[in-house]
Design a protein around this ligand. Sequence first.
Ligand SMILES: O=c1[nH]c(=O)c2nc[nH]c2[nH]1
Ligand SMILES: [Zn+2]
Length: 444
Amino acid sequence: MVTIYRATVLDTPGDLPTADGLRVSEDCGLVVKDGTITFRDDFPAVRAAFPDEQVVDLRGGVLLPGFVDTHVHYPQVRVVGGLGRPLLDWLRECALPEELALSDPVYARGVARDFLAGLVHAGTTTALVFGSHFPDAVDALFAEAETVGLRITAGLVVSDRLLAPGLHTTPATALREGKALVDRWHGRGRLRYAVSPRFSLSASDAMLESCAALMETAPDLWFTSHLNENLDEIEHVRRLFPSAENYLSTYGRHGLVTGRSVLAHDVHPSAAELEMLAGAGAAVAHCPSSNSALGSGLFPLRAHLDAGVRVALGTDVGAGTGFSLLKEGLQAYFVQQLLDGGVALTPAHLLHLATRSGALALGLGDQVGDLSVGRQFDAVRLHPQPGSTLDVALRHPKDATDALAKIFTLGTPADIDVVRVAGQVVTAPAQLSLDGSLSPMETR
Ligand SMILES: O=c1[nH]c(=O)c2nc[nH]c2[nH]1
Ligand SMILES: [Zn+2]
């Protein structure tokens, strides 16, 4: 079936974030067939070419590509807001107790729904998700994500030391359970599997070797972990791996740093690590609100870009402060403003980082990230409440770049009214009550 969407469309189709990469189509017609954009032009030209097709009129707001979150923790949706602690204290006091609670599959299913609702409300259509330490909880995430229809890459989080005994596993069990999850979910619809050691602080060489073995069990598996987030963490890793050249090589010497790797944070990289990331084609998930909330540091974006490292954005919920990629864009901008030698980010940079950069980092650049012909129609409409400050601002922009600046400055999930994946409207799952049942008024 063919549908024409009429909207003001802003996107950034280039391969790199640039100051002048914004594409503006004030009155755009997008022809969508079976979820794919097959034709794009000014609306009058589209209407002339397709005089009889149904038109969905999305004017009155702004249509953007669906947001791409390259680093977000599913088990942590209920612990957002644990402010006032550095990384290792925050993990011990806020994150890990909650992650243990996901050993209960009923509890995990409720958390999975809350998590996916957070993504949908924020307009995130594609995400690389840090999963749970418990296979049943990872099943719950994939099953619920399949129902909702989002593009999710996720996996079993594995560790064998220094967290909490209930979160530890063995390399052999990790491999066996990971393989079963890969068999069940990798490549099923919009779902893919990411091998996910928590960080090398909590993963021995034997565990990282089992991750490497899991990577070999199916084509196109993804790899994700944490890197160089906090100075104490980095010092611990240095002591735990005395023979490793640096933090990145704790993964790299097991063959885990490739073009299908996404490393989160990298706030304190060495030149050698940047060179190795660039050479491998690995991507870094920059998580600015988390970095500020935990006091991890100011992300050296210029050093990454100068070295040729691909960078995208992650919300890092729950150390991050919410699911909004608009907020992460603004926070990324703030950080670069504060840094001596920071990159002068423009609205076009921010939109690219929140959409196209993420799609490319996740190897999905041929499918999503902008609204060009050939892409899936993954899109969000921003339509602020009448009278809200964003509504007022969008009525008086100087130009489209100014409008986009206002969107990143003022926009929140409350301003996103419709989210589509492959043309289909996606809706947030209903919340579950504590015993896992839907409340009497709720249906799916
Ligand atoms: O921000 C972070 N959140 C986490 O859950 C985590 N685990 C290891 N390192 C981490 N960093
Ligand atoms: Zn993280």
